[in-house]
Design a binder for this molecule. Sequence first.
Ligand code: ZN
Length: 374
Amino acid sequence: MSYKNVVYVSNISIHKEMRKLSAIKNRSEIVDELIKCYGLFDHCRIVESNKCSLEDLLLFHSADYIQCLKRYNDIENTDDVTDELQEFGIAYDCPLIENIYEFVSTIAGSTIAAVNAILDGALISINWHGGWHHAQRDSAAGFCYVNDVVIAVQQLRTKFQKVLYLDLDVHHGDGVESAFSFSKYVMTVSFHLHEPGYFPGTGNISEIGFGSGKGYTINAPYARNISGELFVTYFEQIASAVFDAFQPNVCIVQCGGDIIAGDRLGGANVLPKDCKSCIKKIIDWRIPTLLLGGGGYNINTAKYWTELTACILDVEIARDIPDNKYFLHYGPDFVLDVYPTNSEDRNTSQDLTTNVFIIKDNLKRYVMSSSSIK
Ligand SMILES: [Zn+2]
């Protein structure tokens, strides 16, 4: 991919704000540092972002929710959880954080910078600091205080008629799905672990959207410990059928790192090389594509997103981790490789094939009349 066609969003104000998320600590900086130390910044156009405007946030979120974040922006004791905050989901895994309004404006601003690059003609735009797919219109959820993905879709829709959203995070992309469940111009497709008690609990294959958006919501669930081999086949069959039926003008991919084997909150046994082959498939469509981050709760996330960045830029990188500020985090072996776990795969290829069949059938029924889907 040529230099001018790939944009990468990074700056220290994002790192500073993201440090407030205790679940991911210094992840933003660790990721950017590794990608930079592999020399990949020299192969793409680095874009710095700014905080977004109030109007940008209101493209999705309710005025009441945003006003609440503003009101609590300067509060000194962040341990105080009021009923009002709880009502807006600011509690438990989304605690009140210092300068919360600045925080959400910075995160959303980083994704908007990536979107602007696409609106200006870039073919691929990467923001590993975005992808907060659980946030709802009027509440925070699952570490997500702002749904930058929904805001991105709204802005892309000013230029592109049909937006395809593919969510590879191990959790169901519920916030994005609910925002567009009535729309036939935004197709949301979420691949996720679905089992009793697993967050957020939604994302059954039978959830397909409502009204004129019926059929434009796709859920592709799987059981615990899915192997890379099964996942890639599952993804490719569904993604190809979706592309043929929907014929999107632009694509957003949420690449949550918690799908990778060994993630602390995950439950899949997929490796970076497997996701790489899924992403290659999307890149081969040659439509403008926005790549976002998401979950990812150990060092494998940095390895995964580095592999993806190198793959997109078509640059070979060494397996040994280069010296960098966070080098010691990559011990004991200090290599880019991630290994599968020994956990038993609770999926069978037959179960997944049945799901593919149901999804293709829904595509035929609701999305296309003259079928190129077999
Ligand atoms: Zn997740």
